[in-house]
Design a protein around this ligand. Sequence first.
Ligand code: FES
Length: 111
Amino acid sequence: MGLLSRKASPQWVSVARVDDFQVSHKVIVGKKEYALYKLGDGVYCTQESCSHEYSPLSKGIIMDGEVYCEKHGSRFDIRSGKVINLPATEPIKTFPVKVEEGTVFIFVSPT
Ligand code: FES
């Protein structure tokens, strides 16, 4: 494995305190934006932008484990990233999350 590929490898990155937000929250790691969501069974992470056009999903409506994009109304399953309804056709990326002693970590590339 070369130095470049090692640098881009995902790793656990601390991004927030679990008490920092009620429902959803945008975080930035390197140059990328991610959305955190607090659901009944834990904290989840997806890409911040809708897969249809740019629209921040952390500002969307969160209901029943789904996020509604406010721009054109697509819905996504937060746990899987699956598209629930149009106009988006591409899923959103999801990322592993762990919470340790109140700190939220996401498993992403640090750059
Ligand atoms: S930007 Fe999200 S549905 Fe169009």
